[in-house]
Write a protein that binds this ligand. Structure first.
Ligand code: FMN
Length: 236
């Protein structure tokens, strides 16, 4: 089966405004050259301390995609119950929320239908021994430990956003998904991921059957403050 050609390059801001979460894919394989370009965009991202302690697993094998899809399905039962117990966010219309639920729900059953599932990973990094650090640094050590889960994830999300934008630029669709993390060990077992490496997302990638954006979001003025929390932006 021949894959459709990639679309012409889109501008950066057009890509940012239209890189919608896409979850419906044609069965056509993604040419290796395009996967390489997506990966090359991923590794241009920043990482804390420029450690680049990431790895990306490109899953094309159908049996492995099915196995991962089954874990995603199981994890999504939990997420579905969470959604059902939560109210609709105020900023979404009922129609927008229903659309979101329908699209997310579709992927619960169709993760394996994407010709590629890309799995961004990070090697876990141990902190240096507390006693090996200067005294002033030791005083903040407990706070560092307490926030480690937040700090460590930050080193993969810039790469994930580059993947999303690169896909948009190449005429591919994708979405960041994290539901599987509840059952991450099962995904790691399918892919042979070592203990000291964590998976941060499952990103189905393929040629989309749905359209790109425009993306609607809460306006900047609603989510931005000038100089202090609560002071309106733009300033009067
Ligand atoms: C941290 C994070 C986790 C997400 N996890 C999932 C997921 O598990 N499954 C899914 O279908 N979408 C997931 N999404 C995608 C969001 O649902 C999506 O970005 C949001 O609904 C906005 O959709 P839009 O970009 O098409 O407007 C996730 C997004 C983020 C940022």
């Amino acid at each position: 089966m021949s894959a459709p050609p990639p679309t012409a390059d889109v501008g950066l801001f057009e890509a940012i405004h239209t890189a919608r979460s896409l979850r419906h894919f044609k069965p056509d394989p993604v040419p290796q050259e395009l996967i390489e370009r997506v990966l090359d965009a991923a590794i241009r991202a920043s990482s804390g301390g420029n450690t680049q302690h990431w790895s990306f697993i490109v899953v094309r094998d159908a049996a492995k995609r099915r196995a991962i899809g089954a874990v995603y399905r199981k994890a999504s039962d939990y997420t579905g119950a969470q959604y059902a117990a939560r109210p609709k966010p105020d900023h979404l219309s009922q129609a927008q929320y229903d659309q979101f639920l329908a699209n997310s729900g579709y992927l619960w059953d169709h993760m394996a239908a994407a010709p590629v599932i890309l799995v961004p990973c990070l090697k876990k990094r141990e902190l240096p021994e507390r006693t090996a650090l200067p005294e002033a640094v030791q005083a903040r050590y407990a706070d560092h430990l307490a926030n480690l889960h937040r700090i460590s994830g930050s080193s993969i999300y810039p790469a994930i956003q580059n993947i999303i934008l690169a896909c948009r630029g190449l005429g591919l669709g994708t979405v960041i998904t994290t539901n599987h993390i509840l059952y991450e060990d099962e995904v790691k077992a399918v892919l042979g991921v070592p203990d000291d490496v964590a998976t941060f997302a499952l990103m189905p990638i393929g040629f989309p059957t749905r359209k790109y954006g425009p993306l609607t979001r809460k306006p900047v003025a609603e989510v931005t403050y000038a100089d202090s929390w609560g002071r309106p932006w733009p300033p009067p």
